[in-house]
Design a protein around this ligand. Structure first.
Ligand code: TRP
Length: 463
């Protein structure tokens, strides 16, 4: 399945393979679990608009830059910088990315574990006949335990490791590409059911009617973090994948297609969830449990809901897997190329380390609930630090690198496949990369950290 790519390295053998991998990375729990819960905590409509603006103005340029750095550098996230900027400290961006990868994998596997549990709950028909209060109770009873959530987390990490090690990765990604249209179809059906529930209109206006009076710096930062998280940018996942892309593929098209697919799925998830949130009287700002408290209720009110629920949680778990392998791959590519470790050893060691941190994330909903640092649980602290701080900071450095360090001609050379393709709106892109993106990201980061503007510390992120 794997063909030799550039410079005799492993690579994606076809355009189809790259789209599968990049879209597989982007589309995951970020769209279906994280987007609704962050939007719910951040007030809805205005958040959505800001989020969409960030995808367009900041997300797509950063994604494109990552592809360019990776394909030109022909190395992992750290090695690519070393190669493109020898003797300069730019590789530190890669170091930050590897740290972020551990943090994200740790809490990602907690939530992925929950989705595995929900496959079993769906199969055993546990949602049938339950009121929305009982559904919330069921979720609470499950996720505050120690043993079961950890067991599922371990199973999920084991699957991630197995895929990375056994070379079935491209198989899984192709498989996922075929399955994801079903996930979209399912989301559309769920959205229709959700919108037609009594009391649903309120949810639609929550999601689509912007109320800018509620926007403060923490909302801006949350939207920025969510945009980066969902697109898988800011920590070198797409630098790593970029290095596997063949020289003949079109990076611009890839960045636009992946971003659009990712955004569409997040919006669909929002339309499926918020009407039901209001119809069932669930708190939209209720935190990471939102979809687990709401979705079972939707299935219950659908003809054939028993089967839809099973299929949905299976597809969601697969989407989570193609994302988690892309996170682990960042670390594994670094360890094998820079530290000359075997792929097997690198995978096992990095997964063990991430799982160790992950256990604390899982337990922070149960036995370790009381343990907070600066008011945040371990789970929230890792998510907040990685998504809202490290990813934007990484993205900032990445656009600065491409916009100011790299020669414009080199950037254009890579984008145009050595002049073969016509690069449209190059001027607009350069302007975004050099000025808009770095200034916007820096302002949002500084503002929310309290260095400029109103000091609110950005710690309203609650759970
Ligand atoms: N984007 C994925 C999701 O939405 C998660 C993910 C994969 C990710 N790779 C990443 C997030 C790199 C940040 C950085 O579920």
């Amino acid at each position: 399945m794997t063909s030799l790519g550039n410079e005799g390295r492993d690579g994606f053998s076809s355009r189809f393979g790259i789209i599968c991998a990049a879209a597989g990375s982007a589309i995951g729990l970020g769209n279906i679990w994280r987007f609704p819960y962050i939007a719910g905590e951040s007030g809805g409509g205005a958040f959505l608009l800001i989020y969409l603006g960030f995808i367009l103005m900041l997300g797509i340029p950063v994604m494109l830059s990552e592809f360019v750095i990776g394909r030109r550098g022909q190395r992992n996230a750290l090695g690519s910088f070393k190669r493109l900027a020898p003797g300069k400290p730019w590789y530190f961006v890669g170091v930050m990315g590897i740290i972020a990868a551990f943090m994200i994998l740790a809490f990602y596997s907690t939530i992925a574990g929950w989705t595995l549990e929900y496959i079993v709950k769906a199969i055993s028909n546990s949602f049938a006949g339950k009121s929305s209060g009982e559904i919330e109770q069921m979720f609470n009873a499950f996720h505050t335990q120690a043993f079961r959530p950890i067991l599922w987390q371990l199973i999920f990490m084991f699957m991630t490791v197995w895929i990375i090690m056994s070379g079935v990765r491209q198989g899984i990604e192709r498989y996922a590409k075929i399955l994801m249209p079903f996930l979209v179809l399912l989301l559309i059906i769920m959205a229709i059911r959700s919108i037609t529930l009594p009391g649903a209109v309120e949810g639609l206006s929550f999601l689509f009617k912007p109320d800018f009076s509620a926007v403060d710096s923490s909302v801006l930062l949350a939207a920025l973090g969510q945009a980066f998280f969902s697109l898988s940018i800011g920590m070198g996942t797409l630098i790593t994948y970029g290095s596997y892309i063949q020289k003949k593929n079109k990076l611009g098209n890839l960045a636009i297609e992946v971003s659009m697919a990712d955004t569409l799925i997040a919006i669909l998830a929002g339309v499926a969830i918020f009407p039901a949130v209001f119809a069932f009287g669930v708190d939209p700002a209720g935190g990471p449990g939102l979809i687990f408290n709401v979705l079972p209720g939707i299935f219950q009110q659908m003809p054939g809901g028993y089967f839809f629920a099973i299929i949905f949680f299976v597809l969601l778990s697969i989407a989570a897997l193609t994302s988690s392998i892309s996170i682990l791959e960042v670390v594994v590519a670094y360890m094998t190329e820079e530290l000359k470790m075997s792929r097997r050893k690198a995978t096992i060691m990095s997964a063990l380390a991430a799982t160790f941190v992950g256990l604390f994330c899982t337990l922070s909903f149960g036995p370790l609930k009381g343990l907070t640092i600066t008011g945040l649980s371990i789970f929230d602290l890792l998510d907040y630090t990685a998504s809202n701080l490290l990813l934007p900071l990484g993205g900032l450095m990445i656009v600065l690198f491409v916009g100011w360090y790299m020669k414009d001609a080199d950037f254009k050379d890579e984008l145009s496949n050595k002049g073969l393709l016509k690069v449209r709106i190059f001027g607009v892109l350069m302007f975004l990369l050099k000025f808009i993106a770095p200034v916007a990201i820096a302002l949002i980061l500084l503002n929310s950290l309290g260095f400029i503007g109103p000091v609110d510390g950005g710690t309203e992120h609650s759970n």
